[in-house]
Design a protein around this ligand. Structure first.
Ligand code: TRP
Length: 466
């Protein structure tokens, strides 16, 4: 039978899990997506709901994934199948992991395109194209990049190849060394950026925008914030579950994942605090959308001492952070196929990367040639699955983002917490977490069984009623 043997390697210490999971969690989601979504959904209310979603839903899902992964010791699909059989439950639970693996591929398709933008910015930064630049000029530069499909495809191709290449070599080896250096540097440069945003004189405007709570904005921000909590923690797909399979038996899961969650949240908030004062100081639009980071950062680096060098380093770090995240999107699918057919790891990796690459072309074109192609259009004359040249609706990129972050991730996460809470159940959770305190155990079980699933359900229902 496929997958009888456990995974070959177990990581030497829980630090490697923390590094891999943090590497997966911290990425474009924190530095690019969190600020632009906060801008689009109006600020404080979105941030507050996002923090609640992290604590009450995202972290329980991460706990569930780590538990299932370590207990199952296989690719997510096979782990779920084996554990379901062992507990006398239906193997259909594993469908969630199959959906997750598809979702990971879909996310990678657009993630690689955006990571490609960062690659392109490394070069422009290095050439000094942004020296002394104004907000408007930075906006025009971003517009010129996204209007050029050939350039976008080239960088998308480079990034996808980088991702596939690391995976063919096995996740552990290269990743660990790179992350050790990268994470502290990223923190350091975020602090430098924060320093700059303090000097803009608009720091408090940024703070107010991020933390001023306006109840009127809650309704629109619910599902986006929930979806982003999943996205930023890399949960709902099985990425963390795939890493959990390599975790040493005796490592404390609870403390470990709290470290990962905190680091991820700190980076996102720091990025927000660094970017928004620049947005206000340069007279830019907070709700500008996916270009937000690519327009504000050149303004910052173009106007400080040593900005050219720091800008290059920063975009290199962004690309590296994206790299360590993209690997984890592909890993569940690759792990699944190599679980089934020993020895084919490299071939599967390149094949899957090729599929993502083709899908990514859709995202590339949605910023230029296909900008008028809209899906899910609700207009004056009813609903259309797709239409050309109309107001509203979603571009190809919006569509893939919507299907993954707002639907597939929360659904996958829902199944994972239910599985951990109800199917694995009390004894397994106690054993895996080595919990001696029954009060603590009960609290966690309530989170897994009730709070997290209910949270997801409530947000879905609220969205449907809107
Ligand atoms: N969390 C990463 C980020 O914020 C993205 C990511 C990596 C991801 N692996 C994932 C998102 C799995 C969803 C599922 O950039």
């Amino acid at each position: 039978m496929a997958g009888d043997k456990a995974v070959a390697q177990v990581w030497a210490s829980r630090w490697i899990f923390i590094l891999a999971a943090t590497g997966s969690a911290v990425g474009l989601g924190n530095i690019w997506k969190f600020p632009y979504m906060t801008g689009v959904y109006g600020g404080g209310a979105f941030v507050l709901i996002y923090l609640f979603c992290i604590a009450l839903v995202g972290m329980p899902v991460m706990l569930a994934e780590t538990l299932i992964g370590r207990r199952g010791r296989h690719s997510p699909v096979v782990s779920l199948q084996n554990l379901a059989v062992e507990r006398g439950a239906s193997v259909r639970w594993a469908w969630a992991a199959v959906m997750g693996l598809i979702c990971g591929l879909l996310i990678l398709s657009f993630y690689s395109v955006v990571a490609g933008w960062s690659l392109s910015y490394i070069i422009d930064m290095g050439k000094g194209s942004f020296t002394g630049i104004s907000g408007d000029a930075a906006g025009a530069a971003f517009g010129a990049l996204t209007a050029d499909p050939v350039k976008l495809i080239i960088f998308h191709t480079i990034f996808m190849a980088m991702t596939a290449w690391v995976i063919t070599r096995g996740v552990v080896a290269g990743l660990e060394r790179a992350l050790r250096l990268m994470m502290p540097l990223l923190f350091l440069l975020l602090v430098v950026l924060l320093g700059y945003s303090v000097t803009t004189g608009h720091f408090m405007d940024g703070v107010r925008f991020l933390f001023h709570f306006d109840p009127a904005q809650v309704k629109d921000g619910l599902l986006p914030a929930l979806g982003h909590a999943f996205f930023t923690l890399s949960v709902g797909v099985g990425s963390i579950m795939a890493f959990g399979a390599y975790m040493p038996r005796r490592a404390p899961i609870g403390a470990t994942i709290i470290t990962v969650g905190l680091l991820d949240t700190v980076v996102a908030l720091a990025a927000g605090l660094a970017l928004f004062p620049i947005v206000f100081a340069a007279g830019l639009e907070p709700g500008a959308g996916p270009g937000l980071m690519f327009v504000t950062l050149p303004v910052a680096f173009g106007n400080i001492a040593f900005g050219q060098v720091m800008g290059v380093v920063f975009f290199v770090l962004v690309a590296l952070a994206a790299w360590s995240s993209s690997i984890s999107m592909l890993e569940p699918a690759v792990a699944y196929f190599s679980d089934r057919h020993a020895g084919g790891r490299a071939r599967f990796t390149w094949l899957l990367a090729l599929i993502c690459w083709v899908l990514g072309i859709g995202t590339v074109l949605s910023f230029n040639e296909w900008a008028e192609l809209k899906f899910f259009v609700t207009g004056a004359d009813g609903f259309a699955l797709w239409a050309w040249g109309v107001e509203g609706g979603k571009t190809f990129f919006d569509l893939v983002d919507y299907l993954t972050s707002r639907i597939m991730l929360p659904l996958g996460g829902l199944v994972f917490v239910l599985f951990a809470g109800w199917v694995l159940g009390r004894e397994v959770v106690r054993e895996e977490l080595e919990l001696k305190n029954p009060l603590f155990l009960n609290l966690l079980l309530v989170l897994l069984r009730v709070v997290a699933p209910l949270g997801i359900a409530v947000v879905f229902v609220a969205e449907l009623l809107k």
